[in-house]
Design a protein. Structure first.
Length: 264
């Protein structure tokens, strides 16, 4: 191909792949297994069953260790040195999509910098990673056990120091029951329904059970659903109503993505 650079070949290949690529759809995905087993995720979501050398890479990528920012993938830096054609970019793209989904549902979103040798290749690989991660996030959201299992995983780090009591159900039913039992709390964290009316009702019952001098934190003040920007589809208005109604009862401690109030 005289007069044609290798980068032109890469661009044509990347464009063709982007046009033909169809993310595998499967109604039989074991979401819990895919969450824990990256190799299975590659097979059922990415349509890329891992080769033997990929499984060796997985051992170093999926450490099972958590850090302040990472879930299950924390650890020392890793360099993957392999010849062209060993699917390094494909595996790392799938790994990124897998991690994005898990981190997003745990409200620990990743901030990623991708450095590429051409714009076309970067655009194509970013598009594919976004497709995979979007499908993966949707599957996680549809899994009824994921939220509960993720919550139990998070509190497992503190079970030796905190006596947890888990109440499973709608907060608008459970909170009145707790109040009727005379429960009082020093700290209440409101992070349930993202509807403004639900958020206010949760705050209403929380106020009744919060001790004087106690702290209440509302999460997701700035959260918005790009597909539904109506007033009731965000916690913000419910938090505003709570702050207005109980203005004289609380002192603002901080206000950002979260709102913290001390009860007078």
């Amino acid at each position: 191909m005289a007069g044609t650079s290798i980068y032109s070949v890469y661009r044509r290949t990347a464009r063709a792949a982007a046009q033909k690529r169809v993310v595998k759809q499967s109604a039989t995905v074991d979401v819990e297994r895919a969450r824990k087993d990256f190799g299975y995720f590659c097979e059922v979501v990415g349509d890329k069953p891992p080769a033997a050398h990929h499984k060796e890479w997985h051992q170093y990528l999926c450490t099972g260790n958590d850090s302040e920012c990472l879930i299950g993938i924390a650890g020392p830096n890793v360099d993957i040195l392999a010849p062209r054609g060993s699917a390094k970019s494909t595996v790392l793209g799938l790994f990124t999509a897998w991690a994005i989904g898990i981190q997003a549902l745990a409200k620990k979103p990743l901030k990623i910098l991708y450095i590429s040798y051409t714009v076309d290749v970067a655009r194509t690989k970013s598009k594919r990673t976004k497709e995979f991660s979007n499908e993966w996030i949707n599957k996680l959201k549809q899994d009824k056990n994921f939220i509960e299992n993720n919550f139990k995983h998070n509190i497992s780090f503190f079970e030796d120091r905190i006596d947890f009591h888990i109440y499973k159900g709608y907060s608008q039913s459970i909170l009145p029951q707790l109040y009727s039992l005379g429960n009082k709390y020093d700290f209440i964290y409101v992070d349930a329904s993202h509807k403004s009316d639900d958020t206010f009702v949760d705050g209403y019952w929380a106020n009744k059970m919060l001790k004087s001098g106690g702290l209440i934190i509302f999460d997701d003040w700035a959260w918005k659903d790009p597909n539904d920007m109506s007033v009731n589809n965000s916690p913000e208005y419910g938090i505003r109503q709570f702050c207005t109604l109980y203005e004289t009862c609380y002192t603002m401690l901080f206000h950002g993505y979260q709102v913290g109030l001390i009860k007078n």
